[in-house]
Design a protein around this ligand. Sequence first.
Ligand code: ADP
Ligand code: ASP
Ligand code: MG
Length: 402
Amino acid sequence: MLVVKKFGGTSVADKERIFNVARRCVEEYKKGNGVVVVLSAMGKMTDVLIDQAKDINPNPPKRAMDMLLVTGEQTSVALMEMAMDVLGVPAISLTAFQVAMHTTSVYSNARLKRIDTERIRHELEQKKIVIVTGFQGVNKYDDYTTLGRGGSDTTAVALAAALHADKCEIYTDVDGVYTADPRIVPQARKLNEISYDEMLDLATLGAGVLHNRSVEMAKKYGVELVVRSSLNTNEGTVVKEVTKVERMLVSGVAADRNATRISLIGLEDRPGVAFKLFDIIAKANINVDMILQSIGRDNKKDISFTVDENTADAALKVIEENEKSLRYEKVSVKKNVAKISVVGAGMMSNPGVAAKMFECLFNAGINIRMISTSEIRVTVLVDENDCDRAVQSVHDGFGLED
Ligand code: ADP
Ligand code: ASP
Ligand code: MG
């Protein structure tokens, strides 16, 4: 059997944790299984490196940034090889370059395209534990790229798919996927299983426990994931295609504090205005999330939308550059907002989820600024100050607590 095991930053934060991970991997190896280990940078190393970079240059070149960030993961895999050597087990650490993990060219947010499996297979045949850097890849210029924050999960799933592994286990600092972030809602309940679609929505909407692209890839290649703790042996959460027939109405609540709302007031109320606005934004390569257009009055209308806070300044810049052709009266930007979402496949056949969510927020005295829905989720925009209370009240209102 071939097993891919991924350990996040807190799981390899210090010497003791590194040996803990090494021992768990050796245990698997001693069962006679092939073991591929994917590691993140130790503890908060990636944040420390980003701070160091910004101290030197507040606007660091993206290529250089990726050159820097990949060192975090390289440190982890090298130390892990050393720890396994102490335990007397043959192991080899490899960077994305040595494996050859090919990505798109975009620095800081590259996508994995193809992984060469030859080197890893060769090392596995030599009966070595193979330790691979998460989060990084190599582009067509032979430069290092990174996959976006939290991207080591995606490295693990991609390796599991490419190697046709029998298991892909994501080890982290919580026991699995919960009905809400257990740091915000201490009474959140651990889910035994969750479908790819629900997990994808939760991950995209702010549940940082899995990188959303890892879930997308797991679904595409049918890789069943287990999310579990590196610090105990509790059963984790299985992420897979079909879950129990009796679906829960709501499987979880997610919060995303990285949203920014941009509003254009007093646009002309005529065909093509929304097209022009979002075309300009799209051409600047900026993703738009929630959109709200007011009903026209006096031949005028307003359009509000949300973007990731990292792209808000760029969005505002292109809007202002196009002020003459967009013809708005005013543009405003609100950064301190948060998106709260409820996700659940059971919503498809049960009306009233949105109403219930609004009732919970009303009872908590929280004002809703924008709303958007899909088949399996309802998302609202609230003030960032209300974020934790909103998650807690919605979680309580749907009876999700343990
Ligand atoms: P790692 O370094 O192992 O990748 P992350 O910090 O990326 O760990 O992800 C684990 C964290 O995700 C948890 O500590 C938890 O606070 C957070 N989290 C957010 N939403 C959820 C959720 N629904 N279930 C479990 N954890 C969640
Ligand atoms: N070390 C990277 C980060 O902090 C990747 C990861 O943890 O998955 O984002
Ligand atoms: Mg993570």
